[in-house]
Design a protein around this ligand. Sequence first.
Ligand code: NAP
Length: 245
Amino acid sequence: MGVGVRPSGRRGRLGRVDLQNARVLVTGATGGLGRPTVARLAAAGARLALTARDEARLAELAGSLGNEPPLVVPADLTLPDQPQAVVDAAVEHLGALDVVVHLAGASGFASVGTEDDDALDELLLIDYLAPVRLLRAALPALRETKGTALVVTAVLAEGPVAGMAAYGAAKAALSSYVGAAAKELRRSGVRVVDARPPHTETGLADRPLTGTAPKLPHGKHPDDVAARLVQALVDDEREVPSTAF
Ligand SMILES: NC(=O)c1ccc[n+]([C@@H]2O[C@H](COP(=O)([O-])OP(=O)(O)OC[C@H]3O[C@@H](n4cnc5c(N)ncnc54)[C@H](OP(=O)(O)O)[C@@H]3O)[C@@H](O)[C@H]2O)c1
């Protein structure tokens, strides 16, 4: 950050967080929720590092933003060393980290007793272990800035749903971890937020790691959910339950 630029991503008067020049890492940046979230963060003046697996889609997203070009870091977060590598690249490029928004994830809909081992492993890796490793990797940088990690879990974490046992269990495990982290880190000034959106029309349910999605009611609009996530960042909220969307 250049001399004279006010520190950002910090709590200001009235407890609001200023995103102008905030240094923000977004995972799942190219997804149905990622894209509108990234657009809003860019519009608010954040400096961005964006990650997902598909390099071409990341480059296309980066090119669509009018601001300072973001750093793009193609990575598969299910590989054990990749969360740390992504955080290291973001910190090196941005100089520090004020905010991490974790949106990478995948769905799965195999019936109980029919899940194959690969699908069970993949769901736990992407929906539980990857964000836990990401938070662990980002923590030293977030402690430095008294920053924020906003982790998107899901409404599924609030109660079990038939047909989504393994997917829901991974999200519930993550939500539990994030809730404990929020309590544990509060004194250090690091804010950890569990955001649990309801079903949203991003197409996520149409590309499951296993099974077929049951017929779902029409979901939320991705722009509205993204706006709510960014509002939670700015308003210094501590939790965004499904009813808040
Ligand atoms: N849509 C909903 O109804 C809903 C509701 C509640 C919670 N959520 C949660 O919100 C998050 C975002 O959902 P979405 O609807 O935006 O899904 P999406 O459109 O499918 O986007 C998923 C994003 O995650 C990335 N990703 C997937 N696997 C990855 C991996 N192994 N390593 C790194 N990046 C990976 C994808 O990019 P690549 O494929 O290029 O890697 C993409 O950018 C997910 O965690 C989801 O569970 C969604």
